[in-house]
Structures are given as structure tokens and as C-alpha cells.
Write a protein that binds this ligand. Structure first.
Ligand code: NDP
Length: 284
């Protein structure tokens, strides 16, 4: 087991987060406990879920059944899109904690800014997350899919800088303008869909590097993120991939390889998810 080899990143509030974790987006509830148990057995200690994923209960179940100390785990969840009004956010957060079966999360995020909804008011939502942190029920708080102008507004109108911004980032869409903005302001960058849901693994530049260093394309891309300082939590329900994605710490990419992967960036054409400025999905 290589649990101790995962580097920790210190967040701007002094808390630390394991740089490599396990994501459970699009893992069906009935498959979630098994996948998370498999990840924990392989040494993962950081789990990224969300109310929107519908599997917080099963994440909590796997963690309880693991016998691990809660203090040795880092659990992130996110506020669902329909609940940005402060009262709704409080109720949704209660439900997240109840579903996880925990009295705190390590990190709680606003999942999407939804600037075209709620009169563009993600500021009062953020102030509600500040309450959760003051109460000790969210050790760290952050955002997801926030663009620089959204972050500028939080900086101007609130007292707390988000600890993280979780954004789409992978070799075909590095999203470096947002990434650089965050890093300059002490906001840690979490890269979602780090292997573009598999979409970058057939790339000949990536497979060429993989063949040369004796690793898989997924390991090369995940290692690239790690060396760039991104926090990542690849998703898989395949045991051999769960194991493989955790095995990133016995090799290093040369600077030429890092640059060759960076050069694959396609800008906006490489984006796989919605644009945060226009995404306005609210469940049911
Ligand atoms: P990933 O980039 O992690 O890719 C997951 C896909 O790649 C799955 O289809 C998986 O297949 C496959 N895969 C995983 N490992 C390998 C491997 N070693 N070799 C080949 N294929 C592999 O996509 P996600 O979108 O899941 O992103 C990761 C996490 O980021 C999410 O789970 C979630 O926690 C977070 N996220 C956050 C978002 C946000 O808005 N904040 C949006 C999207 C994701 P299989 O499972 O069949 O093995």
C-alpha cells in the first residue's frame, strides 16, 4: 500500500488535502460502496462526491465499513444547483451530512456559480458556506467552476478566499487562464475530468510517452497533473484501473514531456463540459 506517498497540499486556511483522491461522478448508487471500498483498500484517503451525484449515502457507508479513522480521510461534497438561497443551502448541507453519516466534511463547494440564476447572487450562497466553516461542519470551503470574474466578486464582497476552485482541466483543455488566476491568489486548483473521461488516452503524444516510461496513458496524464500541482481524483469502477490510477509515485516526467502534453491544449474546443458562464441546470 502506498498511502503515505501521496503528497499533501496545504490550503490557504492551513488545512491539508491529499493531492490524489477518488471521484464518484456517474457511479451508480448501487456500485458506489464497492468502488469506494476498493479505493480505500488501495490506499486512497480522499473522496470527491456531491449531492448531485446521488451517492453520498453509499460513500458514507463504505467509509464506515472500512474501519478507518474519520480523521485519516478527506471527504469533499458539493452544494447542488437548486439550493443556492441561504435557507435552502442550510437544509441541503444538513442533508449532505446526514446522508454521509458524518458531523463534518473536510471540504464543501458551491458546485456551479449559476450566474444567470438567483439574480446572479452566488455571494449570499458563499456567505452561507462561511457559516458552515465557522460552525466547524465544513473544515474548508471552496467553489467549483468559478471563472475569474466570479472570484473577483467574492473577493470584493466577502471575507473568505475560497480554499479551492474545482475546474475542468486535462491535456485538451488545460483551462490555464483560470488555473493561473487561482494560483496567483492562493486558491488551490482541483482538476475535474483529469483524463477527459478517457478522451485523451488514445492521443499519440501521450501514448508515446507512456511507452517510453513504461506506464499507461492514464498514469502519464495523472502524473502530469501531479507535477503541475493540480489536485486530482480520477473516477473508475474497474478494480485494475483504481489500482493503476493510485500508482503514480515511482516515476517522474521530464520537463520536455510536461511541455509536450501542455502543447495538446485545444483551448475552448477541448472543453467537454458546459461553460460556467451559461450553465444553468437545476434539478427537477
Ligand atoms: P475522469 O477523467 O476521471 O475519467 C473517468 C472515466 O475514465 C471513466 O469512464 C473510467 O472508466 C475511465 N478510466 C478511469 N481510469 C482509467 C484508466 N486508468 N484507463 C482507462 N480508462 C480509465 O472523469 P470524471 O468526469 O469522473 O472526473 C473525475 C472526478 O471529477 C469525478 O468523479 C468528480 O468527482 C469530479 N467532477 C467534478 C465536476 C464538477 O463540476 N465539479 C464535473 C465532473 C467531474 P471505468 O469507470 O469504466 O473504469
Amino acid at each position: 500500500m502506498t498511502v503515505n506517498r501521496v503528497p499533501s497540499i496545504t490550503l490557504n486556511d492551513g488545512n491539508t488535502i491529499p493531492q490524489l483522491g477518488f471521484g464518484v461522478f456517474q457511479v451508480e448508487p448501487q456500485d458506489t460502496a464497492k468502488a469506494v471500498s476498493e479505493a480505500l483498500e488501495n490506499g486512497y484517503r480522499h473522496i470527491d462526491t456531491a449531492e448531485m451525484y446521488g451517492n453520498e449515502k453509499e460513500v458514507g457507508e463504505a467509509i464506515r465499513n472500512s474501519g478507518l479513522d474519520r480523521g485519516d480521510l478527506f471527504v469533499t461534497s458539493k452544494l447542488n444547483n437548486g439550493f443556492h438561497e441561504p435557507e435552502d443551502a442550510r437544509a441541503a448541507f444538513e442533508e449532505t451530512l446526514a446522508d454521509l453519516g458524518m458531523d463534518y466534511v473536510d471540504l464543501f463547494l458551491i458546485h456551479w456559480p449559476l450566474p444567470t440564476r438567483y439574480g446572479g447572487d452566488y455571494v449570499s450562497t458563499w456567505k452561507t458556506l462561511e457559516e458552515f466553516q465557522r460552525e466547524g461542519r465544513a473544515r474548508s470551503i471552496g467553489v467549483s467552476n468559478f471563472q475569474p470574474d466570479h472570484l473577483d466578486r467574492l473577493a470584493a464582497e466577502t471575507d473568505t478566499t475560497p480554499a479551492v476552485n474545482q475546474i475542468e482541466s486535462h491535456p485538451y483543455f488545460t483551462n490555464d487562464a483560470v488555473r493561473d488566476y487561482c494560483r496567483e491568489r492562493g486558491i488551490a486548483v482541483e482538476a475535474w475530468s483529469p483524463i477527459a473521461q478517457g478522451g485523451v488516452l488514445e492521443d499519440s503524444t501521450i501514448s508515446g510517452i507512456a511507452d517510453r516510461v513504461g506506464k499507461t496513458p492514464a498514469q502519464v496524464v495523472l502524473r502530469w497533473h501531479i507535477q503541475r500541482g493540480n489536485i486530482v481524483f480520477p473516477k473508475s469502477t474497474t478494480p485494475s484501473r483504481i489500482e493503476q490510477n493510485f500508482d503514480l509515485f515511482d516515476f517522474e516526467l521530464e520537463s520536455g514531456d510536461l511541455e509536450a502534453i501542455l502543447a495538446l491544449d485545444q483551448g475552448e474546443d477541448g472543453r467537454t463540459g458546459p461553460h460556467p458562464d451559461t450553465f444553468d441546470y437545476v434539478p427537477g
